[in-house]
Each structure stands twice: as structure tokens, then as C-alpha cells.
Design a protein around this ligand. Structure first.
Ligand SMILES: *[C@@H]1O[C@H](CO)[C@@H](O)[C@H](O)[C@H]1NC(C)=O
Ligand SMILES: *[C@@H]1O[C@H](CO)[C@@H](O)[C@H](O)[C@H]1NC(C)=O
Ligand SMILES: *[C@@H]1O[C@H](CO)[C@@H](O)[C@H](O)[C@H]1NC(C)=O
Ligand SMILES: *[C@@H]1O[C@H](CO)[C@@H](O)[C@H](O)[C@H]1NC(C)=O
Ligand SMILES: *[C@@H]1O[C@H](CO)[C@@H](O)[C@H](O)[C@H]1NC(C)=O
Ligand SMILES: *[C@@H]1O[C@H](CO)[C@@H](O)[C@H](O)[C@H]1NC(C)=O
Length: 457
């Protein structure tokens, strides 16, 4: 096995990990995005086995810095790189404040790459041959290429001086630990591309050290206690996945949002305000799943969402977004889940959108808890088949709607006048745009006597 070519092996490892990370999103179409937001993220890496067996108890945190082990002789290490990493690991070990699974007890001796050879020492550390330009792959030195502490429950006041001291590190995964402090500067690590700090105890503003990481493909900061605004350069990172959900981020989503190359982007469960940036149209080459849910986003629902052809999940539920649904959303031929529930949307639920259940992939259209006053002809069928949820709106003669008075009040004084854009930026077979462009401007809507009955203006 050690004979396999270094570059290829590292790359293969890479792809397996990236795909494993996104597997839940891609394949589990039922609840995919909720899985991504759920508290205990899966371990991306397959368990390499050998866990548990006689785990030693956690070392006491404040030992006399563990002179407990004599330093192995230089000749005991496989190579010089590993010899220089040994003291880095030992120093970090002395800062560990909790280790419920006793993993650090395996961090002894000179065999830092034990897992590469099928052993159980140095749990959480994985070795590989770093790619070296110009060098024959098999000649490159075996060293630590990834660290995966997912689910270990380790506590330490800081990761600085630790992960930044592994020059060949490509991945650091630390889901469900109790790390905090500053995120170290990883700009000196040329191969680094995957950072998962999810479900830890990081706080303070967005970690500035992450912003310059041009090679990052996967950034997961969800379930921490970060606050403040998200710096615009974050959306210039060439990432595939960006998870910022379940923190305390606030402020507007930067206007350069549309520069993101992410396929999976989750900003749910924060305190973001302002509109969904219209620059979202610019993500159309890559964006597949985007979750804005449970923030304080406002403004009109942008027409430009309909230009993001590859969307499979769009979730902006639980915000304060208003306006009619732009007909452009009828162009989302791949969308499976569309959630706009719990906003202040109004007007007509367009037929072109509901037709996506037949002509496209739409399986779940959540529009409950808004102020829609009517539904397109094809929508009725979806309500019956429970694909479309329109409870708590202002639709006349529908069950479970808002009180008429509440609807009248809303339409008399809607939160914001949003333009209704009837333009459909794609070819929809069999669809003819309504002749008298069914303008759903709030005034027109009110004049129609939507929902609550004649809320004149
Ligand atoms: C999706 O849900 C259906 C019905 O609830 C179930 O039969 C199917 O196994 C689910 N698919 C996945 C991938 O969980
Ligand atoms: C996490 O670490 C902090 C100190 O940084 C400590 O106060 C807290 O009890 C730890 N929590 C758990 C669950 O170990
Ligand atoms: C996070 O750290 C703080 C101390 O900074 C501690 O009080 C708190 O218990 C920690 N939270 C968790 C979930 O461990
Ligand atoms: C985004 O899409 C462009 C154009 O299709 C492609 O070249 C690029 O590799 C994609 N980026 C990512 C991160 O997938
Ligand atoms: C569109 O995205 C590209 C990068 O993918 C970026 O360079 C450009 O500035 C973006 N334009 C807008 C208007 O967001
Ligand atoms: C449809 O989506 C809504 C909101 O995202 C969710 O609450 C509901 O459980 C989903 N329904 C099904 C059948 O998956």
C-alpha cells in the first residue's frame, strides 16, 4: 500500500473526503440541508478502526508538562519531518484540558504515522506523501497530511502553534470538540484546503486568518459563537462549500456574495439583515444549495434568483422578505426544495412555479405563513398532494388562512413596494405569459381585494 503513488494517493484521499463531506447533501434529498445544519455533523472520515480498546484515561491537564515519556531517539523516527513534528504534538498534548475518549494516550512514541501502517497509535493523525514538484512521487517523505479530531471532545485553549506547525497539512477536521481561542494563521501551509471547526467554542469576530486562504475548498465554521459582520473577501474564496450557520453573525450579506464559487452555502441561523444580494445571479455556474433561513433578511425577493439555474435547494424561510414571487423562479428546473415560509411575501403564487413539480424536480414548496392572496391553477393540485404548503396566508376559501382583518391590514399598508417582474428569462415549453401582465404590485393587489377582502388603499 505504501507503494502507491504519493500525489495520486493524496488527491484520491482529498476527493473521497470532499465527496464524503457532501454526500449527505447530494444523495439524501429528503432532508439534506437540515442534516447540514444539524448539531452533530457526521464524521467526514471513515473510522479507521481500532478505537476504544483499552483507552487510557485522560491525562491530567496540568501535569508537570508531561515529562512522562522520554523523547525517542532521532533514529527511531521514520524521517526528519516526523522527528520535528513530535515535539509539536507533545506540546499540544500538555494544553489539552479534556479528553473524554482518551485519545491523547495514544500520542506517545516515535510512530506518528502508525495509522498509515494499520496501527492504533497517534489517533487523529494521518500520513501521506506530500506532492513535491519535480520529485518522483514515491521518493517524497511520508508525513502528517491530515488531522481529524471529529467527535473527540478535546478541549484546548488554542490551536495556534499546533496546526500551523504541520507544513504539509492538507486537512484539519475538528467537528464536536471544545476548541476556542484564535484560529491560527495557516497561510504558510501550501497544501491546506479543508478547515472544519464546526461545533466548537470559538467566539469573537470572523477569524481574519481564514480570509487569505486562497487554496481553501471547504470551510466549516458552523455551531460556534462567532459574531459580527462577515468580511466580503470570504465570498471571493474559491471554496466548494461554505458553512457559517448557527453563529451570531450580523449585518448585511456582502454585495459580492455573487462572487462565491461555492456549491453549498449555508448562512442559516444567524442575525443577518438586509436583502438577499442581487449579485446571486453571478453564482449560477456553481451554486446548488443555499440556505438563508432563520435570519432577519428583508427587502424584496430578487428576480435574479431565477437565473441561478443549478439550484436544487433554496431556503430563505423565517426571514422578513417581502414582495411577490418573481416569475423568473419558474426557470429553476432543477430545484427540489424551495422554502420561503415565514416571510412577508404577497400576491399571486405563480403557475410557472407550481408547474416545476411536473416539468422539473420540485418536491417541496413551502410558502406558509406569508400573505399570498391567490394561487395558480397548477398549484391547487400541489396543495392537494401536499407538495405545496400554503397554510397561514390570505387565500380566500382555503382552510387554515389568516384572519381576513389581518390580511386587509397587510394589503392596505404592505411593508415595502416591490416591483413585480413578469419577465421569464428562460424558455418554458407550453407556457404563455399572461397577456395583461398580471401585475401584482401591492396597489393592484389591494384593488383586486386579495385575501382578507377589499383592503382598499
Ligand atoms: C426519502 O423519503 C422516502 C419517504 O419518506 C423514503 O422512502 C426514502 O428512503 C427517503 N430517502 C432517503 C435518501 O432518505
Ligand atoms: C470547554 O472549555 C471551557 C474552557 O475553555 C470550559 O469552561 C468548559 O467547561 C468546556 N466544556 C466542556 C463541555 O468540556
Ligand atoms: C465555552 O467556553 C466558555 C468559557 O470561555 C465556557 O464557559 C463554556 O462552558 C464553553 N461552552 C461549551 C459548550 O463548552
Ligand atoms: C465554478 O464554475 C466554474 C465554471 O463552471 C468552474 O470553472 C469552477 O471550477 C467552479 N468552481 C468550483 C469551486 O467548483
Ligand atoms: C462575478 O463572479 C466573479 C468570480 O466568479 C467575480 O470576479 C465578479 O466580480 C463577480 N461579479 C459580480 C457582479 O458579483
Ligand atoms: C418541506 O419543507 C419544509 C420547510 O423547509 C419542511 O418543514 C418540511 O418538513 C418539508 N416537507 C417534507 C415532506 O419534506
Amino acid at each position: 500500500m505504501a507503494a502507491s503513488s504519493g500525489n495520486a494517493r493524496l488527491l484520491a484521499l482529498t476527493l473521497v473526503l470532499v465527496l464524503a463531506a457532501l454526500h449527505g447533501v447530494v444523495c439524501d434529498s429528503n432532508h439534506t440541508h437540515f442534516a447540514m445544519v444539524s448539531r452533530n455533523a457526521p464524521s467526514w472520515r471513515p473510522d479507521r478502526g481500532g478505537h476504544g480498546k483499552g483507552s487510557a484515561p485522560a491525562p491530567s491537564p496540568s501535569l508537570d508538562t508531561c515529562g512522562c515519556e522520554p523523547t525517542p531517539a532521532p533514529k527511531d523516527f521514520l524521517n526528519e519531518k516526523l522527528r520535528t513534528l513530535y515535539p509539536v504534538i507533545q506540546a499540544f498534548k500538555t494544553t489539552i484540558t479534556s479528553d473524554p475518549r482518551g485519545v491523547t494516550a495514544s500520542w506517545v512514541g516515535p510512530n506518528l504515522c502508525d495509522s498509515y501502517f494499520g496501527g492504533n497509535m497517534y489517533k487523529g493523525f494521518y500520513c501521506d506523501h506530500p506532492p513535491v514538484k519535480g520529485a518522483p512521487q514515491d521518493d517524497t517523505t511520508l508525513t502528517i497530511a491530515s488531522i481529524d479530531f471529529n467527535g473527540y471532545g478535546l478541549g484546548a485553549p488554542s490551536l495556534a502553534g499546533f496546526i500551523d506547525a504541520f507544513p504539509d497539512l492538507a486537512l484539519f477536521h475538528a467537528n464536536s470538540n471544545n476548541f476556542s481561542g484564535d484560529v491560527p494563521d495557516l497561510t504558510g501551509l501550501p497544501y491546506f484546503y479543508e478547515l472544519d471547526l464546526s461545533n466548537n467554542n470559538f467566539s469573537g469576530v470572523f477569524p481574519a486568518n481564514v480570509v487569505p486562504l486562497g487554496g481553501l475548498l471547504f470551510l466549516d465554521l458552523r455551531f460556534n459563537r462567532f459574531v459580527g459582520t462577515v468580511p466580503p473577501p470570504v465570498f471571493d474564496l474559491s471554496v466548494v462549500a461554505l458553512f457559517l450557520n448557527n453563529n451570531g453573525f450580523y449585518g448585511r450579506i456582502p454585495d459580492n456574495f455573487g462572487s462565491t464559487t461555492a456549491e453549498y452555502l449555508v448562512v442559516a441561523n444567524n442575525q443577518f439583515t438586509g436583502p438577499i444580494p442581487r449579485s446571486i445571479y453571478n453564482t449560477s455556474a456553481n451554486l446548488s444549495e443555499v440556505l438563508f433561513l432563520n435570519n432577519h433578511l428583508s427587502g424584496c425577493l430578487p428576480y435574479e434568483i431565477g437565473l441561478v439555474e443549478g439550484l436544487t435547494v433554496f431556503d430563505a424561510g423565517g426571514n422578513d422578505i417581502t414582495g411577490p414571487i418573481p416569475l423568473s423562479l419558474g426557470c429553476l428546473g432543477l430545484v427540489e426544495e424551495l422554502n420561503l415560509a415565514g416571510n412577508q411575501l404577497y400576491g399571486h403564487i405563480p403557475d410557472v412555479l407550481c408547474m416545476l413539480a411536473k416539468t422539473g424536480k420540485l418536491q417541496n414548496l413551502s410558502l406558509s405563513d406569508n400573505y399570498f392572496h391567490s394561487v395558480g391553477h397548477h398549484c391547487l393540485e400541489l396543495v392537494r398532494s401536499k407538495v405545496l404548503d400554503v397554510r397561514l396566508n390570505c387565500i380566500l376559501n382555503f382552510p387554515n388562512q389568516r384572519p381576513a382583518l389581518e390580511c386587509a391590514r397587510f394589503y392596505a399598508d404592505p411593508p415595502q413596494h416591490c416591483p413585480f417582474v413578469p419577465h421569464i428569462p428562460c424558455d418554458l415549453p407550453g407556457f404563455r405569459p399572461p397577456a395583461a401582465a398580471a401585475a401584482a404590485l401591492p396597489s393592484a393587489v389591494a384593488a383586486e381585494g386579495g385575501g382578507g377582502g377589499g383592503g382598499g388603499n
